[in-house]
Design a protein around this ligand. Structure first.
Ligand code: ATP
Length: 376
C-alpha cells in the first residue's frame, strides 16, 4: 500500500508488542495528519504509554511498522528520530533559568552543540515568543506558575523543531482548575505553533476538547479512531459509548428489530428503542443487548403536554429520584420503578420544570435515532 508522506506525519501499521506472554498492544494502525492534534485516549493499563514509547523509539515493536514522514523508524534510535517528548513530570531543571532550560533542548541528541551563542539565544527568544511567554529568559523555574512551566517544557521540546511532539499526560500533575485552563491553552498553543501533537490521556474531556482526531484504546487495541464529535455521537462500540462523555446504559432483551431500529424490553418492562451499531449487526429477537442514551438527549415532563418532542409511542413513565441543581444543565435522576434502572437526564430546570421535585411522576422521551444499541 502506498503511503502519502506529504500530509501524513505519522503512519502506524499493524503494530504489536508483547511483554513475555502478555500482549500489551495488538494490531494498531493509524495515520496522523500534519499539523493536527491527535489524542490516544484509554483507561490505565490499556497500552497508551507502550505505543508512545514505540513511536519515540524507547521500545521496539514485535510486529508492524512505524513511519514518520514516510520513513520507517524500525531500528532507528530515539535520538535520530524527528520526535520529542513532554512528560507528566516536566523534568525542567529548577536551578537553571528559563532560557537555560530551553537552550538545553538545543544541546540534546548531539548535533547542535556548536551552535553559536547568539544563534542559540535568538532561537530561545523566538521559541518563548511562540509559546506566549516573551522575555522571560532570565526567570528561574521556581518563579513560574504551573501553566508557565508547561509552556516552558513545551518550548524546550519544540526548539529543535521535531516533526512530532509526543505528550505523555502532561496535565496529569496539575490541580483540576489549572487543568481545565491548560487544556484550552494547549489546544491554542498547538494551533499557533502548527507542530503535530500526539497526546496520550485517560481523561476523555481533555481528549474531546483538544483533539482533531482521537483514537480510543482498550486492552491494547483501538476501539475507534475519529473526530471527537464522531466518538460522542456515533460510538462504534459499547466501550466507546461508555467511556466517552456521560451516558445512560440500559440492559434489556431484544423484542424486535425493524431495519436499523431495535426495540429492547428491560427487566422492569420498559420498551426502549435505539439504533443498531457496531457489534449489534447480528442481533436477533430474544438476545440480550445494551442501549446507550445521553443524559442531554432525554426530555421529561410531568404531563404529555410538558414534553417538548418525540412521537407518542416513546413516552415512558418514571419517578424522579433526585434533582441536582447545577446552574446550567441540571441532573435529574429518574427510575422506571423500584426494581428498574436509573436514568440520568441533563436539562435546564427553568420554566415548566422550575419546581420539579423528588417523588414527582414524570414521562420521559427521546428520539430513538439518538440512542445506540449494542450486543451485550
Ligand atoms: P497508564 O495510563 O496507567 O500509564 P497505559 O495505558 O500507558 O497505562 P502501558 O504502560 O502501556 O499502559 O501498559 C500496558 C500494559 O502492559 C499494562 O498492563 C502493563 O502492566 C504492561 N506492561 C507495561 N510495561 C511492561 C513491562 N516492561 N513488562 C511487563 N509488562 C508491562
Amino acid at each position: 500500500m502506498s503511503m502519502s508522506s506529504d500530509d501524513t506525519d505519522l503512519d502506524i501499521r499493524a503494530l504489536g508488542k508483547r511483554y513475555g506472554t502478555y500482549t500489551a498492544v495488538e494490531d494498531l494502525s493509524l495515520s496522523v495528519r500534519s499539523g493536527s492534534f491527535f489524542s490516544i485516549l484509554g483507561p490505565s493499563g490499556c497500552g497508551k504509554t507502550t505505543l508512545l514509547r514505540m513511536v519515540a523509539g524507547f521500545i521496539s515493536p514485535d510486529t508492524g511498522d512505524i513511519r514518520i514522514k514516510g520513513a520507517s523508524m524500525l531500528g532507528v534510535p530515539p535520538n535520530r528520530r524527528p520526535v520529542n517528548m513532554v512528560f507528566q513530570h516536566l523534568a525542567l531543571f529548577p536551578m537553571m533559568s528559563v532560557g537555560e532550560n530551553i537552550a538545553y533542548g538545543l544541546t540534546q541528541r548531539g548535533g547542535v552543540r556548536k551552535l553559536k551563542r547568539a544563534v542559540a539565544r535568538d532561537k530561545v527568544r523566538d521559541m518563548l515568543r511562540r509559546v506566549g511567554l516573551p522575555g522571560i529568559e532570565d526567570k528561574r523555574i521556581e518563579q513560574l506558575s504551573g501553566g508557565q512551566k508547561q509552556r516552558v517544557a513545551i518550548a524546550r521540546a519544540l526548539v529543535l523543531e521535531p516533526t512530532l511532539l509526543l505528550l505523555d499526560e502532561p496535565l496529569g500533575a496539575l490541580d483540576m482548575k489549572l487543568r481545565e485552563h491548560m487544556k484550552v491553552e494547549l489546544k491554542q498553543l498547538q494551533a499557533e505553533v502548527g507542530t503535530t501533537f500526539v497526546y496520550i490521556t485517560h481523561d476523555q474531556s481533555e481528549a474531546l476538547v483538544m483533539s482533531d482526531q482521537v483514537a480510543v484504546m482498550n486492552q491494547g487495541r483501538f476501539e475507534q479512531v475519529g473526530r471527537p464529535q464522531q466518538l460522542y455521537y456515533e460510538p462504534a462500540s459499547a466501550f466507546v459509548a461508555g467511556f466517552v462523555g456521560h451516558n445512560n446504559r440500559v440492559e434489556g432483551r431484544v423484542e424486535h428489530i425493524d431495519g436499523e431500529l431495535v426495540t429492547l424490553r428491560t427487566a422492569a418492562g420498559l420498551a426502549l428503542q435505539g439504533r443498531r451499531a457496531g457489534n449489534a449487526k447480528g442481533l436477533r429477537a430474544g438476545d440480550t443487548a445494551q442501549l446507550f442514551v445521553r443524559p442531554e438527549a432525554i426530555d421529561i415532563g410531568r404531563t404529555a403536554s410538558e414534553l417538548a418532542q418525540t412521537p407518542e409511542g416513546l413516552r415512558c413513565h418514571a419517578r424522579v429520584q433526585s434533582v441536582l441543581f447545577d446552574g446550567g444543565n441540571s441532573t435529574v435522576q429518574v427510575r422506571e420503578d423500584d426494581s428498574g434502572q436509573m436514568l440520568h437526564i441533563a436539562l435546564p430546570l427553568t420554566g415548566r420544570l422550575a419546581d420539579l421535585r423528588a417523588g414527582d411522576g414524570v414521562l420521559f422521551s427521546y428520539r430513538p435515532e439518538q440512542a445506540w444499541c449494542f450486543a451485550a
